[in-house]
Design a protein around this ligand. Structure first.
Ligand SMILES: N[C@@H](CCC(=O)N[C@@H](CS)C(=O)NCC(=O)O)C(=O)O
Length: 213
């Protein structure tokens, strides 16, 4: 399996599956800052030149939602998504919004050069999307206000992995996690789960990325 690079807690879902099923995986880091996503070897795995990608029995799969849906169906005993139809649809709706809206907003903050030329315009794209990203984190904070202890209840889910990652990225967007206290308390709780501890240690990342100006 090739879960993608470090820096984003991407191996968390695999650690959760390992804890629940004993199934192991191999993580390979793809260094985006070195352009490794554009090497011929990686493009053969994901022609979109993006991480993450999952390789199962030599066959590649890209897109976070497709990867998680596959993992959930292959390892239902890990309980990473609800099984009841309506609860699953609701959970999928929230998961898709994080993937197709919040994640791309952060991409505009982190890589504005992908969207336009010129430093001034890029700075404006970064500023505008950092403010937008904050409103999106606030919406997630509203969703997890009743999380007990995790997003979907007793068990860790894909949602917890994404929510942790998105708040962590907030620090890179200049968003102080202390200004989202309910969200931060929830992520601090998630970060104590043994699968999360293992994933963060494996990837060598810290929870806090925010630096006061
Ligand atoms: N929709 C994609 C988004 C993946 C994505 O945006 N990946 C970013 C890192 S967070 C990436 O690989 N960027 C590399 C680049 O743009 O060069 C998915 O769900 O997998």
């Amino acid at each position: 399996m090739v879960p993608g690079p470090a820096r984003s807690c991407r191996t968390l879902r695999f650690e959760a599956i390992k804890a629940a099923t004993g199934e192991d995986f191999v993580a390979r880091m793809v260094k985006l800052h070195k352009g490794e996503q554009r090497t011929p070897e990686y493009l053969a795995i994901n022609p979109n030149a993006q991480v993450p990608a999952l390789v199962v029995d030599g066959k590649p799969l890209s897109q976070i939602v497709a990867i998680c849906d596959y993992l959930d169906r292959r390892y239902p005993q890990a309980g990473l998504m609800p099984t009841e139809s309506w609860a699953r649809a609701q959970a999928m709706s929230q998961f898709l919004w994080m993937n197709n809206t919040v994640h791309p907003t952060f991409t505009h903050v982190f890589m504005p050069d992908r969207f336009c030329d010129g430093e001034a315009t890029q700075a404006e794209i970064r500023r505008f999307n950092a403010a937008l990203y904050r409103t999106q984190l606030e919406r997630i904070q509203g969703w997890i206000a009743s999380a007990s202890p995790f997003w979907l209840g007793d068990r860790l889910s894909f949602h917890d992995a994404y929510a942790l990652t998105l708040l962590r990225w907030g620090g890179f967007a200049g968003i102080d996690p202390d200004s989202l206290p309910v969200y931060k308390a929830y992520v601090d709780r998630v970060a104590q789960h043994p699968a999360v501890v293992a994933a963060m240690a494996r990837e060598g990342i810290k929870l806090s990325t925010f630096k006061k100006a």
